[in-house]
Write a new protein. Structure first.
Ligand code: MG
Length: 332
């Protein structure tokens, strides 16, 4: 590994995983951490516990802002473990000179999104640092959720599961990039930033047998599928033509040489669901506006264990690897 930290170490892909395993996991090693779930399952399987820091630039973007993102990010990680978000902390590092009006706007966004989740902030911290020590504002949220259904785990995926994505991919990454670079778009491309607990709640209420769920944030759907295939020691096969990508996102990807499967999402999740419950899952997901186009994208096999295979529309196969390189820093 490099002697210094590079931007690639924060990409949600290969280098990021290397940093985590070689520095943090090595020091903190324990049974719960090693499960590498979206949130830690603690207290006899009753609680989910997760933390996330937010450094997004720009702070305000089409479809959201750093406040909305800070609540969605942590609440979604809890929801992905089948947990109802309950208690959050809110910790901010603010640069001297930051506008109180903008700060209030960010906090109002947080309040609104907390209400969507039925969660409350019960503890927090504020630090103000001299101008130039941080870029405007960074936010950390930590959350605790009550697990509604035990046993959801990215370590238990098998060939009995089908892989579903909740909506079209890459909106958050593409929207942030366009906003940051001042790219004039003819369409109103917005981030997918949204809370996912309501969908999870409805899936559980319908009795769907969910094996695993993960929100496809940094590293996109590629990272989720690669992590799942390694954790569960299975091969995940995905059909390229079934992967939903909007025309706007396709346009940005072509312009910049990105792949939509590697772009970050902030309100899009991947599900591994038992085959017999796929129909029921789709019915539930299609009832929500932000998952009305949920799609089956693949299956689980034992062909190439710990690999993700992308079947192209031309009948060729290739491995879909963990994203590498700098991608887009400060995406979340
Ligand atoms: Mg996550």
């Amino acid at each position: 590994m490099n002697k210094t930290v590079t931007l690639a170490h924060g990409n949600g892909g290969l280098e990021n995983n290397e940093l985590i395993s070689k520095v943090f996991y090595r020091a903190f090693k324990n049974e719960i951490l090693e499960k590498s779930e979206d949130a830690a399952v603690i207290h006899g399987g009753e609680l989910a516990f997760s933390t996330d820091s937010f450094t997004v630039s720009p702070l305000f973007f089409p479809g959201g802002d750093i406040g909305k993102l800070a609540v969605c990010g942590t609440c979604n990680d809890l929801a992905m473990m089948g947990a109802k978000p309950k208690y959050l902390t809110c910790s901010v590092i603010i640069e001297e000179g930051f506008s109180i009006r903008e700060l209030e706007k960010i906090v109002r966004s947080m309040k609104k999104e907390l209400e969507v989740n039925g969660a409350i902030v019960v503890s927090g911290d504020t630090k103000v640092v001299p101008k130039g020590s941080v870029d405007k504002i960074f936010i950390n949220t930590t959350g605790i959720g009550e697990i509604q259904k035990k046993g959801i785990s990215s370590n238990l995926i098998s060939s009995d599961d089908t892989i579903i994505v909740s909506r079209d991919l890459g909106r958050h990454g593409a929207a942030i990039f366009a906003a940051r670079e001042g790219i004039e778009l003819t369409t109103d491309l917005q981030s997918d930033c949204a809370s996912l607990y309501l969908q999870v709640e409805a899936l559980l209420a319908a009795g769907v047998n969910i094996t695993a769920m993960r929100d496809a944030t940094r590293g996109g759907v590629s990272a989720v599928l690669n992590e799942w295939s390694q954790q569960s020691k299975v091969c995940i096969e995905v059909n390229e033509e079934d992967i939903p990508v909007s025309e706007e996102v396709k346009g940005i990807c072509e312009m910049l040489g990105f792949e939509a499967v590697n772009l970050a999402n902030e309100g899009t999740f991947v599900l591994a669901v038992k085959k017999e419950d796929v129909q029921k899952s789709m019915e539930v997901l299609h009832g929500f506006s932000n998952s009305e186009n949920a799609t089956i994208i693949g299956s689980v096999t034992d062909q190439y264990p710990e690999k993700v295979v992308l079947n192209s529309s031309y009948g060729t196969k290739r491995f879909l690897d963990l994203p590498t390189g700098e991608l887009l820093p400060r995406i979340c």
